[in-house]
Design a protein around this ligand. Structure first.
Ligand code: BGC
Length: 373
């Protein structure tokens, strides 16, 4: 008897995110994602483990839905997305949930030099290159395979010269729903010619479900410094301390509290749209904590990347209609993009984003969920 009680207590401890009852999950219908584009099949996959579930599509290797339990024992879908492939293809918003690359974030004027040779990438953001260009990884149909109930793997072959990048590059991304209530993203990539690489996931999170204003969430970023930019959001090369600025999130702070500040970087970003440099680069540290008191959901981001772009949805404009009729309204989601620094190929003092023949690029990023009552 004693043994049974002990075992029950232990089970409760291990499965600390497990609910007492099994609530409903508003899963999307895989049929609504069946399509053939450029001769390739688009699909929607569902992965689950304990109390986390995600739906991902091979269109842009994108996260479509992500379910986590709230303090009332109900599932909330905590990412922005659309309910069918048609809606994704029609949306004016191109960056809800995909992997962006070959180089996520911006490269000034789309230019860089590698091994003494100058390269010109496609231009799709004013005079700059953003998220791998208009035909970047987020627009491609990846080859995908569900390995088991909790794992889907996807890969994409990016040909030499695509969007101006040198080298044939093969990238693989595996999504895993893990037993401890996390969604884990593991990337690897190889090339046949020296190139640059900086892929990241561009999911918009809202821990109350996606139609709510996200500015009441609190945020912690374990970063002492950031990279100031020009008006076009291209880093100047300076690495500036966050101390005494509205970008200091070392202690958890409500996002909306300082977002209307007249601090020049905030004005340039139209809110938060900056690259924070982690004080310590390590997969073991909680690098970002996003929390909503309303739902009680906390998300911790772990990553082996050196930095994160925190973007507060300043360009969300309400034009597109998302899942369950939600409007893609101003600041209703926040992107937390684990990455190397923007424009890294043009700054010797930034970490290198160069990938050479024989090397393997790797990245691990984890979004882990728990409930705080
Ligand atoms: C960038 C924003 C950009 C957005 C597009 C973010 O990663 O930092 O400036 O507008 O992506 O969705």
């Amino acid at each position: 008897m004693k043994k049974t009680v002990y075992l029950l207590a232990l089970t409760a401890l291990v499965a600390s995110c497990a609910p007492e009852k099994k609530p409903e999950m508003a899963l999307l219908n895989a049929k609504d994602f069946e399509a053939t584009v450029d001769g390739k099949e688009i699909e929607l996959f569902t992965i689950k483990n304990n109390d986390i579930a995600a739906q991902v599509t091979n269109f842009g290797a994108r996260i479509v839905s992500l379910f986590a339990l709230d303090k009332d024992g109900e599932y909330q879908d905590v990412v922005w997305g659309y309910e069918s492939i048609d809606a994704y293809l029609k949306a004016t918003d191109k960056y809800s949930g995909p992997v962006v690359g070959r180089f996520g974030n911006r490269i000034g004027k789309g230019q860089f030099t590698l091994d003494g040779r100058e390269y010109q990438l496609s231009i799709n953001d004013g005079e700059n290159h953003l998220h791998g260009g208009a035909g970047g990884f987020s627009t491609k149909i990846w080859d995908a395979k569900q390995l088991n109930d909790s794992t889907v793997t996807m890969s994409y072959f990016s040909a030499d010269g695509e969007e101006g990048y040198p080298g044939n590059l093969t990238i693989t991304l595996t999504y895993t729903a893990t037993a401890d209530c996390a969604l884990k993203l593991t990337y690897s990539a190889t090339t046949d010619q020296t190139t640059i690489i900086n892929p990241t996931s561009h999911a918009y999170f809202n821990l109350n479900g996606t139609s709510d204003n996200a500015m009441e969430h609190t945020l912690m970023i374990a970063a002492d410094s950031f990279t100031p930019t020009d008006k076009g959001l291209i880093p100047t090369g300076e690495i500036r301390s966050v101390a005494g600025t509205p970008l200091d999130f070392r202690a958890a702070t409500t996002i909306g509290e300082r977002i209307e500040s007249d601090y020049e970087p905030i004005v340039f970003g139209g809110g938060y749209d900056h690259n924070w440099i982690f004080s310590k680069q390590s997969l073991e540290h909680p690098q970002v904590r996003l929390y909503s008191a309303k739902s009680g959901i906390e998300m911790i981001m772990y990553t082996d990347q050196p930095a994160v772009q925190f973007y507060s949805g300043n360009f969300m404009d309400g034009i597109d209609t998302g899942k369950r009729g939600d409007k893609h309204n101003y600041r209703t989601g926040v992107a937390l993009e684990a990455q190397n620094y923007p424009d890294a190929p043009n700054h010797d003092n930034f970490p290198s984003s160069v990938l050479k023949i024989g090397e393997t690029y790797t990245q691990t990023t984890i979004y882990k969920f728990s409930i705080r009552k």
